[in-house]
Design a protein around this ligand. Sequence first.
Ligand code: DAH
Length: 339
Amino acid sequence: MLDKINALKAEIAAATAESAAQAEALRIKYLSKKGEVSLLFADFRNVPADQKRAIGQALNELKTFATDKINALRAAADEAPDVDAGLDLTRTAAPWRLGTRHPLSLVREEIIDIFRRLGFTVAEGPEVEDDWHVFSSLNFAADHPARDMQDTFFIKRQPDVLLRTHTSSVQSRVMECSKPPIRIICPGRVYRNEAISARAHCFFHQVEALYVDKGVTFADLRQTLLYFAQEMFGPETKIRLRPSYFPFTEPSAEMDISCNICGGKGCGFCKHTGWVEILGCGMVDPNVLEACGIDSKEYTGFALGMGIERITNLKYRVSDLRLFSENDVRFLEEFASAR
Ligand code: DAH
């Protein structure tokens, strides 16, 4: 019996466990009701009376030794990572969830890129503006409806501080402080007092372009527009200019492109006309040049302005304006592969 006790003690002393589960298996093997140590206790009955004292002591020591050893193994395993619980340090790491560029940023960068190739540089101006830069310098009549509270957000009811309603305000800021030749493109956010719906929003984005130099003509404007339309929508794109009115350009026009869905044949998107409107443009009104300190006898210029949401709708078929500002990742992730 003593030999058995010593052999078991040596076995337990050599036991190892790499996890709490393995330590528990050792406990069951040695200390549970039918465990090997317990079985020795059961055999104790058969020990001759004169040996009972020594063997009893040895048995008790074995039990304490086994209990301490297994507890120590369990404690060590609890501290170490539990391999059995599924932690696999050799597995590759979870992939990073990459962000995507916002569709409006993609289109804005593409527009800037096209104009950059024609020598235009980016200019920016403030979103909180004054009446002069948004309206007066741009030849808006004193009673123009855009100046009304209905259409424009005024700050703290001060009639002279407002959120710009268009990026044309950057035109006058740049003309005021630089000499022609001026060739700028001005992307930015604009604000209008509109109820939010699929087709209107209280803020949206525009890109303005301005070219002022000696001898700039409507032909230059038209060629620039054609280049832009074909770079943006493909070489088969046609443009057409319709007479229009803006206070800051004379003559003024609106530009349509041949519908890029049906190729100009007529479909639901272009209301069966074959054309879709994309921007406003014209020759800078001499009054605007003079208001900004540029001699209108020496210089002429053209300007154009477009909504980035509108271009994005044509390019990516996003017709509900609200999607652009809701930040739903399911929508944003659709642009993951866009350049
Ligand atoms: N500012 C105009 C708007 O917000 C767009 C525009 C039209 C800009 C004609 C221009 C232009 O520079 O020449 O609707």
